[in-house]
Design a protein around this ligand. Structure first.
Ligand code: ADP
Ligand code: ADP
Length: 230
């Protein structure tokens, strides 16, 4: 089933050149999509658009349409998407506001109004799913960048989103960590869009590949076809 639709989306930040140019695509329930392209090609901006953050939080010139789970993101407030979409953007430090790992994972669920008896089991299960259950009582300031990336993923998974948006999520993980991370994503069963600057491990986990260059979507293909093209 179609989960999200982007129709002829063009977007420029205030006073900036176009960051996205006439991008159209569809996301289906449960599929894993690798979003590739060089630095500055518009990957983060496309993720922000799918999260409903563009144009709400960034201003700028927006044309076209983004519909997620039936809601037009231009009309809906980003908070209305909170039950559907979870995001892990770059620099996990920016997102971590609580001092203890387990509280951090529970925080998003609390915001969604989940009752305590479901919050703690779900937070614990999400930490276990990404292999960092042992960190639950640690302070976020004391764990490594890679551990923090996994805690951020756990926070997003605990929300049980239908759409998970990940901006270069494995950048601070070693090979084993990245593999575990990608396995946790595949097991989650939700639709995932994950960006990566270089063609890397994400491709092994992906069903489909999107490739952006200078804001244009140059490729939208199943992973097998994309490998030959890249
Ligand atoms: P990315 O890997 O997403 O391209 P960048 O290193 O380009 O990240 O950007 C880092 C931060 O600076 C991001 O929060 C991004 O939104 C912001 N940023 C990037 N380019 C500009 C710009 N031209 N003007 C203002 N902020 C920018
Ligand atoms: P990528 O994620 O592929 O590196 P981005 O979406 O971050 O690309 O950037 C696309 C374009 O938008 C770049 O020209 C970048 O400088 C610009 N840009 C990104 N974030 C901002 C921002 N917050 N303010 C202004 N310009 C930005």
């Amino acid at each position: 089933m179609t989960l999200a639709r982007v129709d002829s989306l063009s977007f420029a930040y205030p006073d900036g050149p176009p960051a996205l140019r006439d991008v159209s695509l569809e996301l289906r329930d449960g599929e894993i999509v690798a979003l590739l392209g060089p630095s500055g090609s518009g990957k983060s901006t496309l993720l922000r658009a799918l999260a409903g953050l563009v144009p709400h939080f960034h201003g700028g010139r927006f044309s076209g349409r983004v519909v997620v789970d039936g809601a037009d993101t231009r009309a809906a407030r980003p908070a209305e998407l909170a039950g559907t979409v979870a995001t892990v953007f770059q620099d996990p430090e920016d997102q971590v506001v609580m001092s203890i790992v387990e509280n951090e994972v529970a925080f998003g669920l609390e915001n969604l109004g989940a009752p305590p008896e479901t919050i703690w089991p779900r937070a614990g299960a999400a930490l276990a799913a990404v292999g960092v259950a042992g960190l639950r009582a640690r302070r976020t300031a004391e764990i490594s960048g890679g551990e923090l990336q996994r805690v951020c993923l756990a926070s997003a998974l605990a929300l049980e989103p239908r759409l998970l948006l990940l901006d270069e999520p494995t950048s601070q993980l070693d090979a084993g960590g990245a593999e575990a991370f990608l396995a946790a994503i595949a097991a989650a069963g939700c639709a995932v869009v994950l960006s990566e600057q270089r063609v890397g491990r994400a491709l092994d986990a992906a069903d489909r590949v999107l490739y952006l260059e200078e804001g244009r979507l140059l490729l939208d293909a199943p992973v097998g076809e994309a490998r030959a093209w890249l």
